[in-house]
Design a binder for this molecule. Sequence first.
Ligand SMILES: Nc1ncnc2c1ncn2[C@@H]1O[C@H](COP(=O)(O)OP(=O)(O)O)[C@@H](O)[C@H]1O
Ligand SMILES: [Mg+2]
Length: 247
Amino acid sequence: MTLLKLRRVEKHFGGLPAVAGVDLDVAQGEIVALVGPNGAGKSTLLKAISGLQPPTRGSIEFDGRRIEGLGAHDVRRLGIAMVLQTPRSFESMNVLENVALGALFGSPGSRPRVDRARDRATAMLEFVGLGDRAHEEVGNLTLHQQRFLELARALAGNPRLLLLDEVMAGLNDTELQASIDMVRTARDELGLTVIWVEHVMKAVMSLAERIVVLNFGTILADGEPHQVMTDPNVVAAYLGDEIDTHV
Ligand SMILES: Nc1ncnc2c1ncn2[C@@H]1O[C@H](COP(=O)(O)OP(=O)(O)O)[C@@H](O)[C@H]1O
Ligand SMILES: [Mg+2]
């Protein structure tokens, strides 16, 4: 079943197209890696889907419903959660409170009561392995733990589609593997669909089941990982960029 369907999606900033006509179908349960050189439009595309920066043109259909005109809040309530490149936790709240916010503002249907939000938040903290850090200040967490906190907050909103923007940057090998396992487990156990922007090729090649390459705001390649990453057009697009497609 197609969960997400993009047609001719464009996003312009002051006349310049950052996303220049993207057609993309994502099936329920897929893990899709979105890769491409810096400035290719990856973050802009995710933000267009999530309603943070609605597209200039084109249509976005989620679960059979047009969403391109909706704001971020409404998109989230329909079941699309995004984890941004830079952590956005509130330093004045502890770990659990941060995650509870995700439960309060994300859930589809009627807004849950605060105690239910806390229960959901606790469950999601356990899920990402931060159960014992619930009452910690956010500032005391490592980068890796902060990323998992952001993930828990996204999951607390009970999404069906999870958009991740370079959430594995700056992690060591052990943390990277834990993150890869976590995304796969989230898909398998919570029934999620994942679109995930990533620069760390090792992570892409071990987690992605499909790779979409964006270049100058358009799709350059889309398909099975090894095939895509050895495509001469893709290799050429990455020239000058640090990339290791050897696996
Ligand atoms: N808010 C913005 N205002 C103006 N230009 C932007 C804005 N966000 C992104 N861009 C431009 O859009 C292009 C794509 O950016 P981005 O989506 O961040 O690329 P990527 O995530 O692939 O590195 C870049 O040229 C960038 O400078
Ligand atoms: Mg980006």
